[in-house]
Ligand binder design. Structure first.
Ligand code: DOR
Length: 443
């Protein structure tokens, strides 16, 4: 009797509690059995002996540019990049054109994703001064992980400025809210005082550490006042770390993200990579990078997110400050962090916690984040020994480049399965856009 649609045999399963060998039996897209499974029990089987199997990575911060800016990226190319990098679930940001600030705009993104998305997806609704009263209702809409608030302006014109409105946003809803945390008044002041004739190496002064610290301090205060869970994105400064540690120690519902960019790049690279590594908040000096790594090791950060923010090379070639901020990263998120892990900076168990398990838990994703019976069979099979070199050509993002081009990484993605369907085989995409909206357990 054939019990399973597919059996994946002989892999080492990685979870936050350890690594152990098990076959995985899959039926109707879900994991239905694990252990030592009989050789005749599957209609199909894949032998992955010698490889490690991770749950599909969950990237809770990407910008895919559709609708409105499809010359840089669209839902199809962005999710294709994701799946080729072992990311089986993405949450996409609302700073598209038009912005995702209404029920209609969310429905439009979900409709555009049908038969075009290569991984599972959900779309943030952006907080704006025009939709404050509707946020509690919007955050519960199917297909959305909740609300994103730009407390400081970045790419696009989404912004909730001023403590009064920011408090109102926090009061309107209960789900963890994702926040871009840089103080708008300070950003404006710095921009005016530093003038226009600048080099990109000054980007960390134009958006300085104090702007991030000030805003993060205020967000924590508003969280304490309102009780609203907050999730602070792309932490970039050593000054924010004690604030976050203290908030967590006091039991406030504060969580936070760090990106591979801020852990891998530093301000010396403005000399070689120039505006390519211009992003908001900026890549900063080595002391910030090392402090962020310390905080990773101390367990301060909840998740890794890519902040995948593609811009074309032509746009990036504009002289600073007219060059746009942001760099691609969804396809390199898992490989870059895996490489750090295999270099000894991060246990594999913590990598799984921060890239798969915790994002699912934090955002209340149903059926993802773990390789366990009852969960979606979102699986990434990796050869931890194989080294490979990142190239621009291998990137599926429409922008066609990566700040990591030329880097040799250890740990290569062999196969990816999305809800039990193989979508990457031997490192090559099978070109199957079978992504579905993410389901949430949130009540
Ligand atoms: O550098 C950035 N680019 N930071 C953001 O917050 C937005 C992003 C983008 O959309 O380009």
């Amino acid at each position: 009797m054939q019990e399973f649609d597919l059996v994946i045999r002989g892999g080492q399963i990685v979870s936050s509690s350890g690594i152990s060998q098990a076959d995985i039996g899959i039926r109707d897209g879900r994991i239905v059995a694990m252990g030592s499974l009989e050789s005749s029990s599957g209609k199909a089987s894949v032998d992955v002996t010698g490889c490690h199997i991770f749950p599909g990575a969950i990237d809770t911060q990407v910008h895919f540019r559709e609708p409105g800016l499809e010359h840089k990226e669209d839902i199809s190319t962005g999710t294709h990049a994701a799946i080729c990098g072992g990311v089986t679930t993405i949450f996409e940001m609302p700073n598209t054109q038009p912005t995702t600030t209404s029920q209609e705009a969310l429905a439009d993104k979900l409709a555009r994703s049908t038969a075009r998305a290569y991984c599972d997806f959900a779309y943030f609704v952006g907080a704006a001064s025009t939709n404050l009263e509707h946020l509690a209702e919007f955050e519960m809409l199917p297909g959305s992980p909740g609300i994103k608030m730009f407390a400081g302006s970045s790419t696009g014109d989404l912004l909730v400025e001023g403590e009064g409105d920011q408090r109102k946003v926090m009061q309107n809803g209960t789900r963890p809210m994702s926040i871009h945390s840089e103080d708008e008044a300070r950003l404006r002041h710095l921009k005016e005082s530093l003038g226009e004739n600048l080099h990109v190496r000054q980007h960390p002064d134009v958006r300085d550490a104090e702007a991030a610290r000030l805003c993060t301090e205020r967000m924590i205060r508003l969280c304490e006042e309102t009780g609203r869970p907050i999730h602070i994105l792309h932490i970039s400064t050593k000054e924010e770390l004690p604030l976050l540690a203290d908030a967590k120690k006091r039991g406030l519902p504060v969580t936070c993200e760090v990106t591979p960019h801020h852990l891998t790049l530093n301000s010396d690279q403005y000399e070689t990579l120039g505006t390519l590594i211009q992003m908001n908040p900026p890549v900063r000096s080595e002391d910030h990078r090392l402090a962020l790594w310390n905080a990773v090791k101390e367990g301060l950060f909840d998740v890794f997110g890519s902040d995948h923010a593609p811009h074309t090379l032509e746009e990036k070639a504009k002289p600073y400050p007219n060059s746009p901020s942001g760099m691609p990263g969804v396809q390199t998120l898992f490989p870059v962090m895996l490489d750090w892990s295999l270099k000894g900076e991060l246990p594999l168990t913590q990598l799984v916690k921060m890239l798969m398990e915790r994002p699912a838990e934090l955002f209340g994703i149903a059926g993802k984040g773990h390789i366990q019976v009852g969960y979606d069979a979102d699986l990434v099979v990796v050869d931890l020994e194989r080294k490979w070199t990142v190239t621009n050509e291998a990137m599926k993002s429409k922008c066609g480049w990566t700040p990591y081009a030329g880097r040799e990484l250890k740990g290569a993605i062999e196969h990816v399965f999305l809800r039990g369907e193989q979508v990457v085989q031997g490192g090559i995409s099978l070109e199957r856009p079978i992504g579905q909206p993410v389901k949430f357990t949130w009540k």
